[in-house]
Each structure stands twice: as structure tokens, then as C-alpha cells.
Ligand binder design. Structure first.
Ligand code: NAP
Length: 293
């Protein structure tokens, strides 16, 4: 069984990005600049944004964290986004989700200039990805694509089952796996909460990508021997034996599934770290005008 090591792979990518940033600096070019907008005081969001800002520092990017009160109006937030859109020094803009309930995520997402949408959430980038045009691909699916590539996982002609159809993970993942390219050319089944006979469908998967958001949902009896299993889920569960008081688990029951799988991502240390590496990569692409020209 191959353990698909997202921690090491993401570090490799960060090292590659840091080398490129060093070259840009040596050439007197513009250092990539990512702006992150955080609304309110949600603990998990603060942790995620903090990790993104820290990673920017690690690779030599400039980063700006814009912190806004939870009671900011939608109009005020749209104005902040517009200001960043028109700031020529900033290459990438992310608005950390979730947003407070009185603000429309769709409106805010749609306000982000596609050329700076390094999260790949705007309709323009989703459309471009779907057409197989150059695009900013959402960081989590992009991170998974990169893992499949770097571990040389064969995808052409394989049956890929994706569990979950969210806009940020499952849906884009299904499109990427079906596209004409590598990784891709798979025969894809996209499943969701209305899917019937899910376990049976999963058992026919050569590649199983799980983004259901339910702890240890996928058990060994749902997995074909020799399958490649990608676990996107992240859940904190209490664990008194840990200093932090919790440990992380995924959507897949790792120990029993690992015994059957040909390759599998662990949680933590699988897809999670790749998401940040992909975001940094998209920001570098933006600074170098590689996607929109
Ligand atoms: P989400 O928006 O909650 O979507 C969950 C999907 O699972 C939905 O499409 C839902 O179907 C489907 N589903 C729910 N119950 C099901 C069932 N019994 N059978 C089949 N499908 C079912 O989740 P998400 O944002 O994609 O995230 C999924 C997991 O990945 C979460 O644990 C999240 O924390 C994690 N995540 C990790 C990263 C990372 O960087 N590693 C990034 C993003 C998310 P319906 O559409 O029918 O409701």
C-alpha cells in the first residue's frame, strides 16, 4: 500500500514556489501578493486564514490580512472586495468562508475579479475549468489533482467515484477527473445524498474520492481491493490522550480501508496541506499572469 503523503508533497511544492519567488526577486520582479479577507471571529476560519498567511511568509510572498467585524454590511464588504480588485499591487484575493448569514456568498464571490480569484470560486473560473481552458481551479480539487500526478496514479479509463457534490470539492473534482487530459479521462460517477446503492457503487471504484463531511463514513466493505482512496474530510474529535485535547480524522475509516487500498491519503497529512500549496501556486500563477495572460 502506498501512503500518499500530502505533507511532504505540499512541502515540495512550497519549496518550488519559494525558489521561483527567489528568482523573481533576483530579477527585480514583483513579489506575489495575496490578500485574505476574514469577516467575524469564527475560530476555525481564523485558524485556516492564519495558516494561509503563514504559508505566504514561508514561500516569500507578501500577504495582507483584512479583518472585518461580523456586523459589516454586505455593501461595505463588496466595497472592500472592489478596492482589492483595483489595487494593482495585489495578485490574489480570497474571502474566507463561511460569511455571516446576512451576507450573500454568491454576491461576494461574483464581485471578485476573476483574474485575482485564486480560490477558483467565481463563475468565470468554474466555467473556464469546465471548458478545460486555463483557469484558477479551486484549491482542494487542484491539490488532489497534483497528488494524483506526483504519485503517477493512472486515471485513464478508470472508474472514479466521487462522494459529495459541493461546489468547492466534489463537483469540480468530478469535472477534472472526466476531462480529456491527465489526470482525467476517467469514467466518473458523482454521488450525493440522494444516491441509491452507494456502497455498491463505491465497490466498483478504481479511484474513490470522498468529500461527504461525515467522520469515518467509508468502511472497508465499501472499497474494492486495490483501489486508490482520496479522503478529503477533516473532523476534530475529542481525545484526552492528546495535548490539544483532540485529534483529526477523515471521512474514511483509515486503518481498515488502508489494508485493502493500493494507495490512500491519510488524515491529517493528506489532502489538507495540499489545499494551501494549491492556493499559493494559484497566487504565483496570477502574479506571473499565466492564467488570464
Ligand atoms: P458539503 O458541502 O457538506 O457537501 C457534502 C456532500 O456530501 C453533499 O454533496 C451531500 O449531498 C453529500 N452527502 C451527504 N450525505 C451523504 C450520504 N449519506 N451519501 C452520499 N452523499 C452524501 O461538504 P464539503 O465542503 O465538500 O466538505 C466535505 C468534507 O471535506 C468536510 O469534512 C470538510 O471539512 C472537508 N474539506 C476539507 C478540505 C481540505 O482542505 N482538506 C477542504 C474542503 C472541505 P447533497 O448535495 O445531496 O446534500
Amino acid at each position: 500500500m502506498i501512503l500518499i503523503d500530502g505533507k511532504k508533497t505540499s512541502q515540495d511544492i512550497k519549496n518550488e514556489i519559494a525558489s521561483r519567488v527567489a528568482e523573481i526577486k533576483a530579477e527585480g520582479g514583483k513579489v506575489p501578493h495575496l490578500a485574505a479577507v476574514l469577516v467575524g471571529n469564527d475560530g476555525a476560519s481564523q485558524t485556516y486564514v492564519g495558516a494561509k498567511v503563514k504559508s505566504c511568509e514561508e514561500v516569500g510572498f507578501v500577504s495582507t490580512l483584512v479583518r472585518l467585524e461580523a456586523d459589516i454590511t454586505e455593501e461595505e464588504l463588496l466595497k472592500v472586495v472592489e478596492d482589492i480588485n483595483t489595487n494593482p499591487d495585489i495578485d490574489g484575493l480570497i474571502v474566507q468562508l463561511p460569511l455571516p448569514k446576512h451576507i450573500s456568498v454568491d454576491k461576494v464571490t461574483n464581485k471578485i475579479k476573476p483574474e485575482k480569484d485564486v480560490d477558483g470560486f467565481t463563475p468565470a473560473n468554474v466555467g473556464r475549468m469546465t471548458l478545460n481552458w486555463p483557469a484558477y481551479v479551486a484549491a482542494t480539487p487542484y491539490g488532489i489533482v497534483e497528488l494524483l500526478k506526483r504519485y503517477q496514479i493512472e486515471t485513464a479509463g478508470k472508474h472514479c467515484v466521487v462522494i459529495g457534490r459541493s461546489h468547492i470539492v466534489g463537483s469540480p473534482m468530478s469535472i477534472l477527473m472526466a476531462r480529456n487530459g491527465y489526470p482525467g479521462n476517467a469514467t466518473v460517477t458523482l454521488t450525493h445524498s440522494k444516491t441509491q446503492n452507494l456502497a455498491e457503487i463505491c465497490r466498483s471504484a478504481d479511484i474513490l474520492i470522498v468529500a461527504i463531511g461525515k467522520p469515518e463514513f467509508v468502511t472497508a466493505d465499501m472499497v474494492k481491493r486495490g483501489a486508490v482512496v482520496i479522503d478529503v474530510g477533516i473532523h476534530r474529535i475529542e481525545d484526552a490522550s492528546k495535548k490539544s485535547g483532540f485529534r483529526l480524522i477523515g471521512d474514511v475509516k483509515f486503518d481498515e480501508v488502508a489494508e485493502k487500498a493500493a494507495a490512500i491519503t491519510p488524515v491529517p497529512g493528506g489532502v489538507g496541506p495540499m489545499t494551501i500549496a494549491a492556493l499559493l501556486y494559484n497566487t504565483l500563477q496570477s502574479a506571473e499572469k499565466k492564467v488570464f495572460g
